[in-house]
Design a protein around this ligand. Structure first.
Ligand SMILES: [Fe+2]
Ligand SMILES: [Fe+2]
Length: 241
């Protein structure tokens, strides 16, 4: 496991999302995962797709338990909101402008706050509506029982609705980067912009990877689960009460 970090320190942030703490001595990836109740294959799939954009293996990731994938996605939301966003906010806060450019800081703060608000809404919708729906569907398939409300609600909302409404949360980050790169005069502490831009580029890549899992792994997997559910209902293999 230590070697994995030496090879690419960027995976440190991914390791945190699995709630794995450092200090693993000579333990292998498999041993660390098992100690932390994580499926080692799933962990490696996530690490590999994070490390190498071309590696992304839709079918391998889809093969994993949907709860493992949701756990990772939720922790990733948490990572953005409690770690990445505050870091960027702090860097914007530290910018120093000359008196006649002082409104720029406010402009960046407002823009970023708006972005954050949109992002929080996006995440809330996923965690309060979509992910619980997937969990209920998973439970129905595993227990062969579904409650009538769930069954009826499925007529109004399925993963196809999510697929259609899922917004691109990265787009606005691109605009923010452009405002800094193209239009705003530099602050007095000129490195300030670079630090913010580097964080924004990294966040954008990370978000792309996150959305890719939602769109290319979760959506097709849940489509299959929905199909299996309907087949089982027709064959009276799921009890609806
Ligand atoms: Fe998400
Ligand atoms: Fe999303």
């Amino acid at each position: 496991m230590a070697e994995l970090i030496h090879q690419n320190f960027e995976v440190l942030t991914v390791i945190r999302r699995f709630d794995i703490e450092l200090g693993f001595g000579e333990k292998t990836i498999e041993e660390v995962c098992i100690n932390n109740k994580i499926n080692p294959d799933f962990f490696l799939e996530i690490i590999n797709s994070f490390n190498d954009e071309d590696y992304f293996s839709q079918s391998n990731l889809q093969a994993h338990d949907v709860e493992d994938i949701l756990f990772y996605l939720k922790n990733t939301h948490r990572f953005y909101l409690t770690k990445k966003f505050p870091e960027i906010e702090q860097l914007i806060h530290e910018l120093e402008f000359s008196e006649n450019n002082s409104q720029n800081k406010q402009l960046l703060e407002n823009f970023f706050n708006e972005y954050k608000e949109e992002f929080i809404n996006h995440v809330q919708r996923e965690e309060e509506r979509i992910y619980p729906y997937i969990t209920d569907l998973d439970k129905a398939l595993k227990s062969k029982k579904a409650c009538i409300n769930f069954h009826e609600n499925m007529k109004k909302y399925t993963i196809s609705n999510y697929q259609q409404e899922h917004e691109d949360v990265e787009e606005k980050l691109y605009d923010l980067k452009n405002i800094i790169i193209k239009y705003l005069p530099s602050p007095l502490n000129t490195d300030g912009y670079n630090s913010i831009l580097i964080k924004l580029f990294k966040l954008e890549n990370d978000l792309n990877e996150h959305s890719r899992i939602e769109e290319k792994v979760i959506v097709p997997k849940v489509l299959e689960m929905e199909k299996a559910y309907h087949t089982a209902v027709l064959a009276n293999q799921i009890e609806i009460a």
